[in-house]
Design a protein around this ligand. Sequence first.
Ligand SMILES: *Cc1c(COP(=O)(O)O)cnc(C)c1O
Length: 583
Amino acid sequence: MNDDWNVNIARKIYGIENYMRESVIDIDEEGYLVIKIFDKTIRVKELMDKYNFDIAYIRVMPAIERSMNLVYNSFTMVRDTLGYKGNLIPVFPMKVNPTTLVIESILKYGEKYHWGFNTGSIGEIKTLLKFADRYSPRLLIYDGVLTESTIQELIKLHNIGWKIIVDVESEREVDLLSKYPQFEIGIRVKPLVKLHGKWSGSVGLSSKFGLTINALVKLKSEYKHLVERSTLLHMHPGSQVYKYVDIKNYFYEVKQVYDELRHLGFENITMVDTGGGMAYPYVDVGDGDEESPDYTIVDYFKELLEKFISTIPNPTIIYEGGRFIVSSHRLVVAKVVDVRSYSAVHSIHEQIVKMKDFNSIGELKEFIENVEKFLHELRSEQPFNNGKRELYEELIAIVREDLSAKLTELILSGKADISDVLKNHKIARLLVTPTKRFVLNMSIFADIPDAVLVDQYFPVIPAQRLNEKPHVLASMSDLTCDSMGEIKQFISAGVKLQSKTPIFTILDSKLIAVPGLKLKLRGIPLHLPNRGENYYVVFLDTGAYQDTLSMKHNLIYGAPEIIIREQDGEVRIDIAKHEELYT
Ligand SMILES: *Cc1c(COP(=O)(O)O)cnc(C)c1O
């Protein structure tokens, strides 16, 4: 019965086949989601059961090392291919995740690459100072507002051997720096290029950071030390720049600004920091959508080095990506505490619809339109009493469930073609709307705040039963009493499937995937938990930005953490309480 479902298909649809993720997580033969460390696998469900957690963050620290290796190796590969002469100095922008676990990992795994940091506040510098003396000294690029007290903290880092570059953005800062010759100066310039995405406001003349060239020219004539001590050009295009063409245009501008600065006499500038923006493949199908960028880290460096290869000398490249480095290391796991139906219909109307035969999409569509017309009339009649309300609810459920099932029958029996159905928006909608609401023991505001703040897509996957075809499409609600505490989007990577036929859920006959297509579903394909079963849902790629943006809405926050590390060739698992990590 399930010949159109197996673990391999689950890997594709739920996005385990992903170049950032597949070295860290997988699905085992019995359908459990597992974390891969060395040659061992650890089942997420067993971890949760063992510690009796209803919600937890699992931190897979080696995932950070793998991302760092990937960045460094990609650069080296491109450099060697092109014959580029400049080096790479990567830095980690601390605002992306300043938790001590992450900072220590960057210091430790970054030892071999001299991975440095980009900070923007005194608090971040103080955090670094807690660990810095245990590791080799690094590069620090400071791009916050400069004050005397920040300078004192920077001096401490400088005194233990760190190289400090301070960005200037105003005359006051240039003036202040004249007293501190131990710091090099970075010129932060506002990019003007037009980009797609949520952070497109980070560029342009009215953006928050950076100097205009006009201001720079003026400062240059007044402060002699500015030209002498400037060693870095620093620009930042905003985060998750998901279109390759935008990256190309942006690098083109960086190159122009670089040439211009050298032309103006800034001859000691031999480092170029292109900021963040390297897009993370939340969905790895490469179609240039917000969640699935159409370029890779190799493309990124290839584009950048090609721009600068004719510049003499070839500048040192500062890689300042954050999202790309830490997203994959954190998983949010939450238990399903309740499953609710959108409707409970046991009525005469339901029977009638069940018996009715439809022979084409046209017939079905006509029927639905009539029901909708009736629904509209029903709603506009006053009074809208309980009897009418009941009828209204029933009919909605019939459209959502029974007519949707009829449509699936039409497709499976060959009377309707899936591509025709998908072209018809109204009808197609039926196949992707959820019929169940799963209540999860979590707070979206606390655990994945960007889902609320910027409508960020985080991939979702059950922790178990991935060898069984999902039963239903479900929306997911959290424990907060806020209507924004809900997740309904699922991007199904059917693009990767080889078969020919679409895949439907077992119980509510909704679409899970269509081979060759990327589908946006309005619910997540999940299984109905058995009586007494601890059924867990896992949000992937939550390692960037979420920890510090976390909100305390309804006072639901403070998940415990399961920290997974490699130590002396062994897997080490620690449990930490929320308070221990953030206070
Ligand atoms: C936020 C920020 C970054 C990190 O951006 P990502 O898209 O997360 O890589 C890098 N540089 C600067 C200056 C930033 O403000």
